[in-house]
Design a protein around this ligand. Structure first.
Ligand code: MSP
Length: 507
């Protein structure tokens, strides 16, 4: 069976998750569910990044131990993923033994290979970003990434030879068009690789920072948090331990991440893997940021929106739909509740919700809630139904969620027009039962296909709609191969109309 391995970044547990974090995870969930419907064996990984200075400081601020602190905050992530119907197959925490063992092995291997060496270092350090900058890289002690002041440091540390692998990486990116996506990010990385790479400092002296994974090669040091974190993508598969899962799923098909951490994923990580003799992921996809006005939504800017609040107010499915439909995956977008409400009322309540409600009401009124006999497909649907699975595949290949949803909405719009143009109330009045049966059968069939198509995006509502359609099979057991075959709604099936699936939000 074809496999599909997808990952999200592992999130820092220094604070509660916000909309930005939920975005990557929802996108990964939608594509995972889609791939499962395609019959692929999916492994969807998410998790938390629990070591480093930032986390330790957050724990100290709360006056509790680091482990106690991370054990507490991790629950907020786990609860949020439940609330958002995230269907991950594994949740990795960097404080787990299985992860620590892999990290220690990675360092040991690279050290024995001669790719890790000890050297005295002096430079500037950015604590929030946990990045060293050499004095040659900067003209003033201000972090180029976050614009905060840097601290001066001089100490002995372990370094990973990255520059040595720069020519290989450039070649790899050039030979693999879809390695870094979207293409603008690919160009950005190639540009960055035009200048020599400084070797990566991968250790922190324990005396300065104790909250980390001790180096297997020198117990006086702990592992730099990024070196530790990136390894999660293989440690979760059992790298260096029980490797059956690793052999089945590596290389990852895609790493999803925000553009803020592209360099770590498109430069450090592939070089680490290559040095270990492993292939890099097939694709690293960097999406854009959710902004509030002109600034990125982030804890440090204090402009975060709580996803739990949004789900409470508007529902899980509507929230998921909005994030994936509103902006192209890869581009920045503005978040506001006004936009969210407008989107819900137009696409969900008006277009989709009405289509379900009108159809169910008509089946109830005209055929006592029973699906009429199988009818031929109406010419208005023919072309679209033939194309929809192809359009979905094509857009999914590009991780173009907006495109997938637009393709589905075209069918929804055709169906709504079909109702308006067919004037069923007149057919009913004229007593033309055959025509009315054909008309309703067409709508029920089209709704069956629409329901499966929206399932990856809005799994909970799709599952209720599925039940209302009288279907008994679990949606997660469906396979796209059969869905677009005409005539699968069984005549006589009872439609169980419930409350409207997507009620209008009154402002
Ligand atoms: N722990 C590192 C990642 C290690 S991966 C080996 C980290 N964590 S984080 O908690 O800061 O989360 C970063 C990720 O959250 C981003 O890459 C992105 O996926 C998501 N987002 C955080 N803020 C965001 C927005 N405002 N908009 C969109 N996504 C954002 O970095």
């Amino acid at each position: 069976m074809d496999k599909f391995y997808i990952t999200t970044p592992i999130y820092y547990v220094n604070a509660s998750p916000h909309i930005g974090h939920s975005y990557t995870t929802i996108a990964a969930d939608a594509i995972s569910r889609f791939m499962r419907l395609k019959g692929k064996e999916v492994f969807f990984l998410t998790g938390t990044d629990e070591h480093g200075q930032k986390i330790l400081r957050a724990a100290e601020k709360e006056g509790i131990g680091a482990q106690e602190f991370v054990d507490k905050v991790v629950l907020r992530y786990k609860e949020l993923w439940k609330l958002l119907a995230i269907s991950h197959d594994d949740f990795i925490r960097t404080t787990e033994k299985r992860h620590k063992d892999s990290v220690r092995l990675v360092i040991q291997t690279l050290y024995e290979k001669g790719d890790i060496y000890l050297a005295e270092y002096s430079g500037w350090y950015c604590t929030p970003c946990e990045i060293f900058w050499t004095k040659t890289q900067l003209d003033k002690p201000v972090c180029p990434d976050c614009a905060r002041p840097l601290e001066e440091l001089k100490e002995k540390n372990y370094f990973f030879r990255m520059e040595k692998y720069r020519p290989w990486l450039i070649e790899h990116i050039r030979n693999n068009q879809s390695f870094i996506r979207p293409v603008s990010r690919r160009n950005e990385v190639l540009k960055f690789l035009e200048t020599p790479l400084t070797d990566l400092c991968i250790s922190r002296p324990k005396a300065r920072l104790s909250w980390g994974i001790p180096l297997s090669i020198d117990e006086d040091y702990v592992t730099y948090v990024w070196f530790d974190a990136l390894t999660n993508y293989i440690s979760a598969l059992g790298f260096g331990q029980d490797e059956s899962r690793f052999r089945q799923f590596w290389p990852a098909d895609v790493h999803f991440l925000g553009k803020d951490i592209l360099r770590q994923h498109a430069v450090y990580w592939p070089i680490m893997l290559h040095a270990l003799g492993l292939s890099p992921a097939n694709t690293v996809f960097a999406h854009g940021w959710w902004m509030i006005g002109e600034s990125k939504m982030s804890k440090s800017r204090g402009n975060i929106v709580d996803p739990i609040e949004m789900v409470k107010a508007y529902g899980q499915d509507a929230y998921r739909y909005f994030l994936l439909k509103e902006i192209p995956f890869g581009i920045d977008g503005n978040f506001s509740e006004d936009l969210l409400v407008t989107r819900i009322n137009s696409d969900l309540a008006n277009d989709l919700g009405n289509l379900y409600f009108r159809t169910f009401t008509m089946v109830e009124k005209y055929f006592s809630s029973k699906v009429p006999p199988v009818a031929d497909i109406d010419p208005v649907f023919k072309e679209k139904i033939k194309n929809l699975p192809i359009e979905l595949d094509k857009a999914a290949e590009d991780f173009n969620f907006q495109g997938m949803l637009s393709a589905i909405w075209e069918l929804i719009n055709i169906a709504n027009k079909y109702i308006e143009n067919s004037k069923p109330w007149e057919i009913y009045k004229a007593g033309d039962t055959k025509r009315l049966e054909n008309f309703i059968y067409n709508l029920v069939e089209v709704l069956r296909m629409i329901t499966v198509s929206i399932y990856p995006f809005m799994p909970t509502c799709a599952s209720s709609a599925w039940k209302q359609l009288g279907q008994t099979k679990l949606m997660e057991d469906l396979n796209f191969k059969n869905v677009f075959t005409w005539g699968l709604s069984l005549p006589g099936t009872e439609i169980k109309k419930g409350t409207p699936l997507f009620p209008r939000i009154e402002v």
